[in-house]
Design a protein around this ligand. Structure first.
Ligand code: SAH
Length: 255
């Protein structure tokens, strides 16, 4: 069955901190077999070498075209949906999706059109909590709980397959996204909201001596799950600006 390239062209696969160049080559091959070509690298431990090209087995184009970024936030700044693949189930306070659901959601969002990223972690340690915090949801391949970690390129293969299945012509894209026809907020816009939310909570003395991290983690989770539109981000930031103004007035009044 033909797969429409336009359905998956806005979907990128991001490999973070990969330790073995051979795995990057094997991941490029896995992607190409499923009609995907947008491989992105974040701070690989070693540069691409002969092993990487050999393991790509004919997907040198995918490998050679892969841009390299210093940090995950830069690699996904323009994305409206970021899905973090994790070998350990329920490790993070994020909505957890099955690969099939993740593939459908990715294809539906890409059709809006919007940029979408699947993110894969390091062979030894996976993705850090900070990196997972940049994701809207986690994707876990429901593997053997006692032996849950797939080889990086094998995990890429599973997700690439699901993206291909969801993108096949004749398969209606599942509805997803913010709805109401509004454009989804970009990653950078949502991070801007979190920055202002963090400042506002300090200014209104929300934490009262408690460490701010726990509340911020829960709030991030809440807003990531909501997949905010640009208009919703503007509305929330407007409310925060007013709260910040009132907090300033209250402080000035006391002095
Ligand atoms: N020891 C690491 C495993 C890393 S495997 C850990 O415990 O986190 C390298 C990457 O492959 C992971 O970061 C993840 O992106 C992907 N991966 C491996 N197994 C997976 C699974 N069962 N579900 C989803 N992604 C998986």
């Amino acid at each position: 069955m033909p797969s429409s390239p336009s359905r998956t062209a806005r979907i990128r696969f991001v490999l973070v901190g990969t330790q073995h160049p051979g795995n990057i080559g094997a991941a490029a091959r896995a992607m190409k077999t499923m009609g995907l070509s947008r491989l992105v690298l974040v701070a690989p431990e070693k540069p691409l070498d002969e092993v990487a090209y050999r393991r790509s087995a004919g997907a040198e184009d995918v490998l050679g075209d892969a841009p390299v970024f210093a940090a995950l936030a830069e690699a996904v700044a323009d994305c409206r949906l970021v899905l973090g693949c994790t070998a350990r189930s329920r490790r993070v306070q994020l909505e957890e999706l099955l690969p099939e659901v993740a593939g459908q959601r990715a294809v539906a969002r890409a059709a809006e059109p919007a940029e979408v990223a699947f993110v894969f972690g390091r062979e030894r340690t996976g993705l850090s909590n900070d990196e997972l915090q940049l994701c809207h949801a986690a994707v876990h391949i429901p593997s053997n709980p006692e032996f849950s970690s797939l080889n990086l390129a094998a995990a890429v293969q599973v997700l690439a397959y699901e993206v291909r299945m969801a993108g096949l012509e004749g398969v209606a894209p599942a509805p997803a996204g913010p709805g109401h026809g509004e454009a989804a907020a970009s990653h950078a816009q949502v991070e801007g909201l979190f920055g202002q939310l963090g400042d506002t909570l300090e200014q209104i003395d929300f934490h009262k001596g408690r460490a701010p991290e726990s509340a911020m983690r829960k709030l991030r989770r809440l807003f990531m799950k909501a997949e905010l539109s640009e208009q919703e981000v503007r509305l929330l930031r407007g409310i925060l600006s007013d709260a910040q103004r009132m907090a300033r007035l209250a402080t000035d009044g006391k002095n």
